[in-house]
Design a protein around this ligand. Structure first.
Ligand code: PLP
Length: 362
């Protein structure tokens, strides 16, 4: 039978997203280290703000998000009118592809770039283009070389997920100088807070009309479940994206919690210190066990095993011990596992399990 109902070209090329596992059947005391969530959750002030909305559930939320945009701008020293909020930074990525890329246009991202770039490019009818990295690090020269007259968007996650690697501002400046000004460069800063002294590229946004920054409340702010992200762009780009935004794309409980979360700088700093200490411990111990692992600039690590079989076996050993980590075969990293940096106790469990695993292997 001929199909009458068919989607636009590109849609059926999108592979359904597979999220991080959260359970291991029959195993108790599991801990989820598969989605780069903050193991401490959000600030207690954000939880209170969320609870305080229960009497107002019938009332539509603010449509302009002014209070949240103002709070984000104050804390990050940004221009309020250049901030746009989304239902997770995923939504800002979607708007960018919808607004700026269509059939015949190319959307560039790096070899192990975040999966939503491909999905959103295809969803907009554009052609996703994967550009090689240099040993899991964004390769600016390769990106510049791969630009054509059809290139409309370049996405760079910095730090990158799932590699955890980072390129300095000087490299990003080289990219900006090296590509035509009509190409939008998106600096995805989902993990920017984890890099001390890094503004996610905010200053570059203020200097260049073709640079956009995206950020999220899902990582260090511990609000992944509420879906809040934001973008920082020139007023012209914000105006374009705002036309695609549903008027009530962020619910009122999420708005309130995010305002409280962004204002609680002490809590965020405490979480960053813990993450840094535990991340250093994990990487040192993993290297001591003889596994390779790049330095991380985020809240996860990516140990590399000898081959896919060993990575599968390590994954099974961790899962049997109640530690649910992320296989990253979809990112063409068959011999790696991505492990979220959890609480100290979780990190000890990871290392003890890998120690036993190593002993059993030899
Ligand atoms: C690099 C990167 N960008 C964007 C996102 C999306 O985050 P959000 O929860 O804000 O949609 C993630 C989530 O894991 C990510 O790793």
């Amino acid at each position: 039978m001929t199909k009458i109902i068919t989607p636009k070209p590109g849609i059926m090329d999108i592979e359904l997203y597979v999220g991080g596992k959260s359970h291991a059947v029959g195993i108790e005391n599991t801990v989820k280290l598969s989605s780069n969530e903050n193991p401490f959750g959000p600030s207690p002030k954000a939880k209170d703000a969320y609870r305080n909305q229960t009497d107002f559930l019938a009332v539509y939320p603010s449509s302009d998000h002014n209070e949240l945009r103002q709070a984000i701008a104050n804390i990050n020293r940004l221009n309020f009118e250049q901030v746009i909020c989304g239902n997770g930074s995923d939504e800002i990525i979607t708007f960018l592809c919808q607004a700026f890329a269509g059939v015949g246009d190319e959307v560039l991202f790096t070899e192990h770039g975040f999966g939503m770039y491909r999905i959103c490019a295809l969803g907009a009818g554009a052609t996703p283009v994967e550009v090689p990295e240099n040993s899991r690090v964004t390769d600016v020269d390769a990106l510049i070389e791969r630009c054509t007259e059809n290139t409309k968007l370049i996405f760079i996650a910095n730090p990158n997920n799932p590699t955890g690697t980072f390129i300095p501002l000087t490299e990003i400046e080289r990219l900006i100088d090296g590509v035509p000004k009509n190409i939008l460069i998106i600096l995805d800063g989902a993990y920017a807070e984890y890099v001390e002294g890094y503004d996610g590229g905010a200053q570059l946004v203020e200097m260049h009309e073709n640079v956009v920054m995206t950020r999220t409340f899902s990582k260090v702010y511990g609000l992944g479940g509420l879906r809040i992200g934001w973008g920082y762009a020139s007023p012209e780009v914000v105006d374009i994206l705002a036309r695609l935004r549903g008027p009530f794309n962020i619910n009122r409980a999420a708005l309130s919690a995010a305002i409280a979360a962004v204002n609680d700088e002490n809590y965020v700093n405490e979480c960053l210190i813990q993450n840094n200490n535990c991340g250093n411990f994990l990487i040192n111990e993993i290297r001591n066990l003889g596994f390779e692992c790049d330095d991380t600039y985020a809240n996860f690590i990516l140990p590399r095993f000898i081959d896919e079989n060993q990575a599968d076996a390590a994954n099974a050993a961790l899962e049997n011990a109640g530690l649910i980590v992320r296989q990253v075969k979809g990112y063409n990293l068959h011999n790696c596992l991505r492990i979220t940096i959890g609480k100290e106790v979780d990190c000890y469990r990871v290392i003890n399990t890998l120690k036993k695993f190593k002993e059993n292997q030899s």
